[in-house]
Design a binder for this molecule. Structure first.
Ligand code: NAP
Length: 331
């Protein structure tokens, strides 16, 4: 069932200087939409998100497992449940990581990007993506070639807007200059940003503001570490307990947990969960358009969206947080 009140509580922010608005919270399908995951749960999470005003769903060619499965499974959900809502959805995909065998299934050549986009459209079962990203910089392909492939994606009608992920401030500036010369709508950057990973404060946010490009930050919960869930062990249903190389039990060190504990104290005083505070914290940055979360249950999405009812941080709270996870840029 699609809720009639789905747009009542979400906040929508302009993505850079573009006309496109993105929800303050977006949902990514990197984990938990593969063929080994429950399709029923995956469906419930997408529907819960949409019913809470989350209009933006983020994919990539390689999300799974196996690679491609998340796009295929999202396509099934779209067809069965949300087919008539296509114009209310912002669907993104990416290419740039290892996807198929041989020299063309990876990185940033024109050959690779345009073939990958065609494959993604087929898997999702749509005619165009709203945003097509280059997933990571390619040191061996001229930036002009990669950018002209993004431009081609737009000119061919297969993408409405383009973006980049993991590009440095300088690479972003160069990309913007090439795409501006072509009139290509380069509207978004996707970096990792969270309380443990503040690198975008070191020039990227400034560049995006100068270039008037939007920003959607991925892993704002550091894959779940910036919640209270690991404070008393590794829960059986958590990402760290599942097989995979991205959040391992070894990476959950006592030093990190000590930081999480101290942050959790601030969240408790604010009368919110640490998950909520972590998301509110990334959204306090002027440059950030949307927080791109992941989820394993619909209730997690529900909990995060409630941040829109909480007061902003006081200067004192921000200072307490900076004392625990120091800011990279001296102000
Ligand atoms: N551009 C890139 O290179 C890149 C890289 C990585 C990700 N991304 C994008 O960013 C999206 C999000 O990444 P992410 O999954 O790492 O994001 P995240 O929001 O940092 O972590 C999501 C995980 O946190 C836990 N969680 C979420 N809400 C919670 C809550 N309310 N309470 C307790 N735990 C909660 C869940 O883990 P459990 O499973 O433990 O419940 C969930 O799977 C991806 O889906 C993808 O679209 C992009």
């Amino acid at each position: 069932m699609i809720s009639e009140t789905r747009y009542d509580n979400m906040k929508y922010n302009h993505c850079g200087q573009s006309g496109l608005k993105l929800p303050a919270v977006s949902l990514g399908l990197w984990h938990n939409w593969g063929d080994n995951d429950s399709f029923e749960m995956a469906t419930q999470m997408v529907l819960k998100a949409f019913n809470l005003g989350i209009t933006h769903f983020d994919l990539a060619n390689n999300y799974g497992p196996p690679p491609g499965a998340a796009e295929r499974n999202f396509g099934r959900i779209l067809k069965k449940q949300l087919g008539s809502y296509r114009d209310e959805l912002i669907i993104s995909s990416k290419a740039g990581y290892d996807m198929w065998s041989g020299p063309y299934g990876n990185w940033g050549s024109r050959k690779s990007l345009l073939a990958s986009l065609d494959q993604s459209l087929k898997r999702i079962g749509i005619d165009y993506v709203d945003i097509f990203y280059h997933h990571r910089p390619d040191p061996e392909t001229p930036l002009e070639e990669t950018m002209m492939a993004l431009d081609q994606a737009v000119k061919s009608g297969k993408a409405l807007y383009v973006g980049v992920s993991r590009y440095s401030p300088l690479q972003t500036k160069k990309a913007a200059s090439i795409l501006k010369s072509q009139g290509t709508p380069f509207i978004i950057h996707q970096p990792r940003y969270n309380l443990f990973e503040r690198e975008p404060e070191n020039g990227l946010f400034e560049t995006l503001t100068e270039e008037r490009i939007g920003c959607i930050v991925f892993s704002p919960l550091a894959q779940g570490l910036l919640t209270a869930k690991y404070l008393s062990g590794i829960p059986a249903d958590s990402r760290a307990s599942k097989p995979g190389q991205f959040l391992t039990t070894d990476s959950i060190t006592s030093e990190k947990l000590d930081i999480v504990k101290r942050l959790n104290q601030i969240a408790l005083v604010r009368d919110q969960s640490l998950a909520q505070m972590s998301i509110q914290w990334v959204l306090r940055q002027e440059a950030v358009t949307s927080a791109l979360i992941g989820a394993s249950k619909p209730t997690q999405v529900e909990e995060i969206v409630r941040i829109l009812d909480y007061p902003e941080f006081t200067q004192e709270e921000l200072k307490q947080i900076d004392d625990i996870v120091p800011c990279l840029v001296e102000t």
